[in-house]
Design a protein around this ligand. Structure first.
Ligand SMILES: Nc1ncnc2c1ncn2[C@@H]1O[C@H](COP(=O)(O)OP(=O)(O)OP(=O)(O)O)[C@@H](O)[C@H]1O
Ligand SMILES: [Mg+2]
Length: 256
């Protein structure tokens, strides 16, 4: 893992200091409900992510994983209670979330195709008025492929490079909690491995991660705990090791 050793030579962590103060989980979600028109996509789910953890949410197409992440990022109207470091996220207007330590890397990446790599990264820090040069250096240290391509237009990057750029852009906001939606989607196996090495390095730098993946095996191999979502509900919650060994998970998600 050359990326992580490179990243660990940097002195400052990628995330800001904690300072939660209440001793509870970093993210706590209780009875989250999201509907699109009359259709209930998320039907009252509860889950939590502790500081420093890497937790995954797995499940089939349409289970409600993306909807859940978007609701946590306050991109969708939702019912239920969501707390970040004890603070009620659901009571904040969505724009007030910026700078509070939460970043979403969306499904499909959403990089700005006509902007360069460097401009995309700068967009991830647009709400900050301090010097972003040191953060850019850190991101390029973590993602050397981006450093080589800093002037290249994002739309001409490979899928895997775009995924790394989307992660790098999110890290420019110095999140404490990174929400990652299907980082492996559409990538060749070798590139999936590279992207996951990056995700591991980010976690090793102290960023808490909530990972959504259809690739359940991969997700459970990198995370310490997981939740299984089916038709808008969480049906299983356990350590990754127990989920990997669970015959129901093996039959439904690991192709056995
Ligand atoms: N904008 C929308 N309008 C109406 N229904 C939606 C919308 N977005 C999602 N849905 C529906 O909500 C349900 C959950 O979708 P969601 O995208 O959260 O699933 P997912 O678990 O992320 O699936 P995938 O693994 O395919 O990405 C699906 O039935 C989907 O059709
Ligand atoms: Mg999805």
């Amino acid at each position: 893992m050359s990326n992580s050793s490179e990243a660990s030579t940097h002195s400052r962590p990628l995330s800001r200091e904690g300072g939660r103060g209440d001793g509870g989980p970093l993210l706590a979600v209780a009875d989250l409900q999201v509907s699109y028109g009359g259709i209930n996509a998320v039907k009252g789910i509860s889950f939590a992510v502790e500081e420093g953890e890497m937790v995954c949410l797995i499940g089939a197409n349409g289970a409600g994983k993306t909807t859940t992440l978007k609701a946590v990022a306050r991109m969708l109207p939702a019912k239920g209670e969501m707390r970040l470091r004890g603070e009620r996220l659901d009571l904040l207007p969505s724009h007030a979330l910026i700078g509070r330590g939460l970043a979403l890397v969306p499904e499909g990446r959403g990089v700005f195709a006509r902007l360069s790599v460097a401009e995309n990264l700068a967009m991830g820090a647009y709400h900050r008025d301090d010097d972003i040069a040191a953060d850019l250096d850190r991101i390029y240290g973590l993602l050397p492929r981006l450093a080589e391509r800093r002037s290249q237009l994002a739309g001409t990057l490979s899928g895997g490079e775009q995924q790394m750029l989307a992660i790098g852009r999110a890290l420019m906001g110095r999140p404490q909690l990174l929400l990652l939606d299907e980082p492996s989607m559409g990538l060749a196996p070798l590139m999936v491995q590279k992207v996951f090495e990056v995700v591991r390095s980010v976690a090793a730098q102290g960023v808490t991660i909530l990972l959504v993946e259809q690739n359940a095996k991969l997700a459970l191999e990198v995370c310490s705990r997981g939740y299984v979502m089916e038709s808008g509900k969480i049906t299983l919650a356990d350590t990754a090791a127990n989920l990997l060994a669970d015959p129901r998970v093996r039959a439904a998600y690991l192709g056995e």
